[in-house]
Design a protein around this ligand. Structure first.
Ligand SMILES: Nc1nc(=O)c2c([nH]1)NC[C@@H]1CN(c3ccc(C(=O)N[C@@H](CCC(=O)O)C(=O)O)cc3)C=[N+]21
Ligand SMILES: [Mg+2]
Length: 284
């Protein structure tokens, strides 16, 4: 039997309709949610994400701008741009698109963002709040995944969850959010021994490795829910996930596709957090 396809795009569209109403209500009260994206350099992949973000913001009535900065901008100059937007009343959210060029210290830039304007949930204050179980702004990808699991009534409490990948952006916060819903969570990574065997214990398997088609059917327990965070390009330039979708969908109970899975949810959670931050300026 073939798995239910978790339609991230449809869910993102559905959540966006509700957000659009919230934005309209805020505008009535004189506040237009504002988001600024700082894009350093001309990374091709980044351009696609930025374009999708712009489209979604426009659809929702969120005021969104992209400030494009040269790849050779100094760290000091970038810190100055962040400081400028920290002070700017019109922008409730600041997103510095990652990765940054090598000569810029990413941690330093993230630390400079006002935690109240951190729509990525990457600031150490927000990461810390998440870790103690009192979350504020959340990393958008894991947040979007939790919304998908909820929308598809996936039981989490008491279940085995395996997260492949331990990045600050996806793996670690993903594990913490699943833990907060009482899953038994295992984080695996490049040094993990018997990875396939461990993955096969999962009721919920999250693949965030960054390697195309890494997760084959040998990693998946029949009936598992499989979430694919991967955004890789194959030899023909086609967008593919970390999961070998065609074979895994034959044994999983649910699976997210790439594209139209996790990606659109990430963007929608970014919009949701921009709206939340704008609301908070009205009711601090
Ligand atoms: N500070 C920061 N925050 C981020 O959230 C962030 C980042 N930096 N750097 C890059 C990654 C990647 N990311 C994506 C978001 C949406 C899609 C997306 O919408 N994907 C669509 C279509 C992709 C396509 O058409 O190529 C889909 O999966 O259906 C993809 C990738 C956010 N990121
Ligand atoms: Mg760097």
């Amino acid at each position: 039997m073939s798995a239910t396809i978790i339609d991230g795009k449809a869910l993102a569209d559905q959540l966006s309709m509700a957000l659009k109403k919230e934005v309209a209500a805020l505008k009535e009260k004189g506040t237009t949610p504002g988001l600024v994206v700082l894009l350093v350099g001309d990374n091709q992949a980044s351009q696609v994400y930025v374009r999708n973000k712009e489209k979604r913001a426009q659809e929702l009535g969120i005021h969104s701008i992209v400030e494009r900065l040269p790849a050779d901008i100094s760290e000091t100059e970038l810190l100055e741009r962040v400081a400028f937007y920290n002070q700017h009343q019109e922008y409730h959210g600041i997103l510095v698109q990652l990765p940054l060029p090598k000569h810029i210290n990413e941690e330093k830039i993230i630390l400079a963002i006002d935690p109240k304007k951190d729509v990525d949930g990457f600031h150490p204050i927000n990461m810390g709040k998440l870790l103690i179980g009192k979350p504020d702004a959340l990393p958008c990808t894991p947040y979007g995944i939790m919304k998908m699991l909820e929308a598809y009534d996936v039981e989490i409490a008491g279940k085995q969850a395996v997260v492949i990948g331990r990045s600050n952006i996806v793996g670690k916060p993903m594990a913490q959010l699943l833990l907060m819903k009482d899953a038994t969570v295992t984080i695996t990574h490049s040094k993990t021994q018997n990875l396939a065997e461990l993955a096969k214990t999962a009721d919920i398997l999250v693949a965030a490795i960054g390697q195309g088609h890494f997760v084959t059917k040998d990693f998946v327990k029949p009936g598992a829910v499989v979430i694919d965070v991967g955004m890789n390009h194959d030899e023909n330039g086609k967008l593919i996930g970390d999961v070998k979708f065609d074979e895994v969908k034959e044994i999983a109970s649910m699976i997210t596709p790439v594209p139209r899975g996790v990606g659109p949810m990430t963007i929608t959670m970014l919009m949701a957090q921009t709206v939340d931050h704008a609301k908070r300026t009205l009711n601090p």
